[in-house]
Design a protein around this ligand. Sequence first.
Ligand code: ARE
Length: 712
Amino acid sequence: MRTLTPEKRARLSAGALGLAAVLTLGGLAALPATEAHAATDTGVANGDTIANLWEWNWNSIASECTNVLDPAGYGYVQVAPPAESLKQTSYFWWDVYQPYSYNLNSRFGTAAQFASMVTTCHNAGIKVIVDAVINHTAAQTGTGYNGTTITNKYDTPDWDAANYHTSAECNDSDLIIDDYSNLSEVQNCELLGLPDLKTESSTVRAGLAAYLNKMTALGVDGYRVDAAKHIPETDMAAIEALLNNTTSGSAPFITQEIYPGTTPVASDYYPTGDVLDFVYANKIAAQFNGSISNLETFGSTWGFATEGYSTTFVTNHDTDRNGYTLAMQSGDTTTLANIYQLARGYGQPSVYASWNWTASDQAPPNSSGFVTDTNCSSGWTCLDRNTAVKGMVEWHNAVGSSSAYTNFQAKSSSVIGFSRGTAGFIAMNNSSSSASYTFATNLADGTYCNVITDCANTITVSSGSATITVPAKGAVAFHTGTYTSPSSTATATATATATATATATATATATATSGSTVTATFNEYASTDTGTNVYVVGSIAALGSWSTGSAIQLSSTGYPVWTQAVSLPASTSFEYKYIKKDSSGNVTWESNANRAATTGTSALTLNSSWNLASASATDLTFNETATTVSGTNVYVVGSVASLGSWDTDDAILLSSASYPVWSRLVIVPNSSSFEYKYIKKDANGNVTWESGSNRSYSTGTSTGYTTSDTWK
Ligand code: ARE
């Protein structure tokens, strides 16, 4: 087990295509007999979106994976705690957060039904994330869902008193956490009086890992770690070190519940996985309860978890009940916020779907406590099935994670539009009456269908703009995959529009043949300060026509190489340049001359380095085989600026996606020789250098250089 990098998403993404399905759900609310998707499905593979089907029973989840989640393009399903739990006579929902044993016969079904659900979901291309309650066991005695009787809360089938924290570790006389600003208390005392497992003990670590490994062996792909802030991060790392790989061969996906408070904080847990982004959920609620016109900057500067670690949500089972976020039952506003979440594309999105409640403690629909089948027409809110939400899962997948959030237009406090690169456009209306505006779309002229209505209506883009009537509390969204035909007005419209900047001289020669595009991947090495982003801007409309306001933002996922795939007209010559924008919007242009390129009829990659003429740069992919312990990462550092000039603070983090091979594409000068070396940094930032003399490399005038090194 090692640190999960942002690349894990590529590693974990499911492969099945979201093909059309005819839906006949025995016992469930009937969906339309045939889905209009048959005609419009763009063949987008299942993406990263999580459907959080909280407290659905296993049979209903299995059906949903096959009949709804896969056709819609979801990638993951998250399920409620599956272990045997407390069973009160009132059957409160929170009984399942009090484990009695790690037997998988639970209120959601039998162990066999659980295993079958995992298999069925996998067969549909959906990965399964389990809510893992591993910080504690049950506070309340009684008889559980599999018949286990507990009379002493410190004596369960799995544990005895020696496995729990006592007054020897907990500094609070009643053993219960009262002071959430005291780290020791938060981690050594009892959350809500729930017996606190002694996770510093190797016996406890092994027992918890055995429980998780049992589920991993059944095919489970990942875990939402409940109450993770109450488990010291070092203990999390030690437990994860004991986890087996999933059946698809990767480390389990981990997202940790670090409820906001004084200490510890979410970022403390990045070494052991992702975190649930409570700040994101709280702020999205504030926007959709007020004005949405400020969403242009909605991103990391708002205090969210770092993008590569953020599991975003609009609401969850706790915050639905405590007002910290929008509520599931807030109807259209919550649906619209989910649509925005999928469109914004920050972190890994999740859509919460569950049962309706009127009293906070209320049990889910059940029979003697056992949860009954989901009925989306009665008692349940199946937001994952909402036509607009499903359309946006498709849109989210189609625009991809690297298309910049750009081209933001606020028409009023409640009507906005924005693009994701040149791949998709969405207009949203948070008011109670419909609104009509003309938006610049960033998309090629033509006719597109609206994914929000499952393609029941179309939008025409002409001269890059579209006049759109956005329904009350609704949205209109389309992407290049829903392009159906060039509009009658679609002609070559790009003309030279030199901007005020001295260095950018536009010489546009774009003559796009209607709809014919190729993907150009821009890779730019550029070091930046926090808050500053890198954009590409150029002479053609798809690159903003030299307008810095319309420049395409590059993704920093591979920092310090900034990357973006952009759809460009085929067989077109253009000029371009990179710019940096700081958090105040100040623009810095590269100092070299305009770069030039010509598209053909297939994809191309453009590699360059800040302030370095394109002709002087090439790409070098470092591959280093190195084994590491949890929390430790491998970097490369070297003698040239783009390798950090031997400064370990500027060393380049390599990706562990193909562990134990650590890799990263870096832009370096061509026709030059330089030295480099690999280093390891542990979770505390301690640096270990490879032994021996410096390594050296010489580039020529070609591209696609690689190394194949092994830690020495
Ligand atoms: C129930 C009863 C309690 C009783 C307890 C033991 O409600 O009165 O003392 O049983 O008998 C859920 C329910 C709880 C329930 C529990 C066990 O929400 O009501 O307790 O199950 O059945 C903190 C944690 C965070 C936690 C929240 C609720 O840090 O991890 O509290 N969230 C998870 C789950 C919950 C679940 C548990 C953990 C327990 O998502 O659904 O509890 O498994 C500040 C602090 C936060 C604190 C927050 C509480 O912001 O900084 O750390 O969150 O207050 O609002």
